[in-house]
Design a protein around this ligand. Structure first.
Ligand code: X90
Length: 279
């Protein structure tokens, strides 16, 4: 049985080694330029250019045609989207799925609203890959990933929420928390797939310790954790060391944010996806 895994580029992954994978890119748009979240883009250049631009910047999600292109001609498709509460990506993917199903009545397609993004989405993708490798049925894989989703979480730590606030993705009061220089705001993806702020923290050490405490409080017991960072490898590594110091058997990997997450998480931002102990 042939499978294709598809996700929008908010997953920060342009490939998923070992499986047929395609992504649907989001875009960052200003009056002067359009940045497509794909491997050709130099994210450092984009972040720098955005820092100096006076024009308004916004983002746009893939449309149904973009999703259809990513679906290709696959027989079995599992598609993952960024939370439907903050983006139209999920609605586009659903529309594309209906069209695809009409054109390919034999095909099977499942579109999952991750109610999250970034590294939590990456964990769900890994779970799908495990299912494909184990030769599980399409239904079983979809069921398993939806079940796993109940046990995965996303925490994040931002040094600025300007782009989130300007684009109406967070309420202004929450944005104000992170607006003060030198203060980092820690938040979580809520069960409804919205941003919920938890703490403001001063100093990197304290911030990372608070993230680990929040992970433990949400049931982390040393399973898988995926960290993505926006030009902050040092903090990502320090967080990994903290996690592994406390849970030596944990499986922690670090990767960079691509364009969409870099735009919203902004320079210095960290995102942590992790599974709770029941997994
Ligand atoms: O459709 C679009 O234009 C994309 C809109 C995306 C808005 C939010 C992206 C957030 C990226 C920031 C911290 C994590 C928040 C998680 C909330 C569920 C990363």
């Amino acid at each position: 049985m042939s499978y294709r895994v598809v996700a929008d580029s908010s997953s920060n992954l342009f490939e998923l080694p070992g499986v047929d994978y395609a992504f649907a890119p989001l875009k960052i748009v200003t009056d002067e330029a359009e940045y497509i979240d794909n491997p050709d883009l130099d994210v450092a250049d984009m972040v720098e250019a955005l820092r100096h631009t006076k024009s308004k910047s916004s983002t746009s999600c893939p449309n149904a045609a973009d999703w259809l292109e990513a679906f290709g001609e696959a027989e079995n498709i599992i598609a993952l989207t960024i939370t439907s509460n903050l983006s139209g990506s999920h609605a586009s993917a659903q529309m594309a799925a209906r069209e695809y199903q009409q054109a390919h009545p034999q095909a099977r397609i499942c579109v999952i609203d991750t109610l999250s993004t970034g590294p939590e989405m990456a964990l769900l993708m890994e779970k799908i890959r495990d299912g494909i490798r184990e030769n599980l049925s399409f239904e079983r894989i979809c069921e398993k990933v939806k079940d796993y989703q109940k046990h995965t979480h996303l925490l994040f730590c931002l040094e600025s929420m300007i782009n989130l606030a300007r684009n109406g993705r967070v309420n202004p009061a929450a944005a104000k928390l992170a607006g003060i220089l030198g203060i980092r705001a820690i938040g979580v993806a809520s069960e409804e797939g919205t941003l919920e702020m938890l703490h403001k923290c001063r100093g990197e050490r304290k911030t990372l310790e608070t993230i680990l405490q929040e992970m433990i409080q949400r049931g982390f017991q040393g399973g898988a954790a995926r960290i993505t960072h926006c030009f902050n490898l040092t903090a990502a590594q320090a967080l990994k060391e903290l996690i592994v110091g406390r849970f030596p058997a944990s499986n922690v990997e670090i990767g960079p944010c691509t364009a969409l997450c870099s735009f919203y998480a902004e320079r210095g931002g960290l995102l942590v996806g992790f599974e709770d102990g029941i997994c």
